[in-house]
Design a protein around this ligand. Structure first.
Ligand code: FAD
Length: 327
């Protein structure tokens, strides 16, 4: 976001926005383009930290394969503003519904923004197992998604680090065998029953049960990264895949009265991203941790279309009221 697109504080607070989109990643910007093209006054407020920001390249988005995440977002911002959308860098720290039905959003604990409708597209944080060294290698030597980065390390020595926080670790280990004949699964407290162990072993995955002590990167002639185990053995490898726990950034949704599903732990939305709270939509990883960039964009687009219909309905009712008032 360059200075030419930065709106003044006054213009942000004086405008009554048709829609404010919190989060300007794939989901938020895709919704924004739909709303801006329909000429609704649309503001995207973005903290500037998309989930895949640490990665150099993005994969699996048809026609954008290999694009840098930063370039993807910059292109989306340019397309959104081209249609008259407004971008603001910052964090929405609070939200409430005012007595007149408008939503009031606090930007960076200061400015108050007002909107008729809201889309929350704030993404999630990947919680890593508490293993020293894992976070330092995140998105370079340590990955979580085979569909995003598995092909890039195909045929190399791969280790999968499981943990109690990631029940899908065994599936991750099996999936990595699609990409390499050399896969070591450090179970590290993940629940893997005897039948699963048998299936993994038969499929060519080596299982190790000793707890993982730490992960050490190397820039020498040795393997790029080594897993050190509590029993003193080591697993040198080229790349690590790790099961993570998604932590959706859904505090704004719950502040507005949306409730998390007790089983999934996620705020439920319908197929177009509508929450149970009138005027509030959500899209992308904040309500669907499995969404890839392309599916987050699809969800954002669907939400943008639904919000357009919702806003239009109110415009029509207001037009009828005005006409009645003029008679
Ligand atoms: C390392 C890594 C690599 C990945 N690689 C790929 C890949 O190759 N291909 C692929 O399809 N997927 C990949 N993914 C998944 C991808 O990141 C997500 O699918 C995608 O980012 C989801 O888009 P989103 O719009 O829901 O959220 P995000 O892209 O995370 O965008 C959310 C935005 O909301 C902002 N925000 C959050 N809270 C607030 C707030 N309160 N106020 C204002 N702004 C806020 C954030 O700063 C952020 O910019 C990868 C993930 C990781 C972790």
């Amino acid at each position: 976001m360059d200075s030419t697109t930065r709106p003044s504080a006054e213009s942000l607070t004086e405008t009554v926005w048709d829609s404010i989109i919190v989060g300007g990643g794939s989901a938020g910007l895709s919704a924004g383009i739909v709303l801006a093209r329909a000429q609704f006054a649309t503001l995207v407020v973005d903290g500037g930290a998309p989930r895949n920001g640490p990665a150099d390249h993005m994969h699996g988005y048809l026609t954008r394969d290999g694009m840098a995440p930063k370039e993807f977002v910059a292109t989306g911002q340019e397309e959104f503003t081209r249609y008259g959308g407004t971008l603001a860098r910052g964090t929405v720290t609070d939200v409430r519904r005012a007595e007149d039905g408008m939503f009031e959003l606090r930007l960076d604990y200061r400015s108050c923004l007002r909107a008729r409708s809201i889309l929350v597209a704030t993404g999630l944080t990947d919680e890593l197992p508490e293993v020293p060294g894992l976070a330092a290698g995140w998105a370079s030597l340590v990955h979580h998604c085979p569909h995003c980065h598995g092909y890039e390390v195909r045929g190399s020595a791969i280790a999968v680090v499981g943990s109690e926080i990631a029940p899908h670790s065994a599936h991750l280990a099996a999936l990595m065998r699609r990409y390499s004949p050399s896969v070591t699964f450090c179970v590290n407290g993940a629940k893997v029953d005897a039948a699963e162990r048998q299936r993994l072993g038969a499929y060519g995955v080596r299982l190790i049960d000793a707890p993982v002590s730490r992960v050490v990167a190397s820039d020498g002639d040795e393997a790029p990264v080594t897993i050190e185990l509590a029993d003193g053995t080591t697993v040198p490898c080229d790349a690590i895949f790790v099961g993570t726990r998604p932590e959706p950034h859904d505090a704004l949704l719950t502040a507005l009265g949306a409730e998390r599903d007790p089983v999934s732990g996620l705020v439920p939305v319908d197929a177009a991203g509508a929450t149970a709270v009138d005027g509030v939509w959500a899209a992308g990883n904040v309500v669907n941790p499995r969404a890839q960039v392309v599916s987050a964009a699809g969800a954002g687009s669907a939400a943008g279309i639904a919000m357009t219909g919702w806003l239009l309905d109110r415009e029509l009712s207001a037009a009828v009221s005005r006409q009645g008032g003029n008679r």
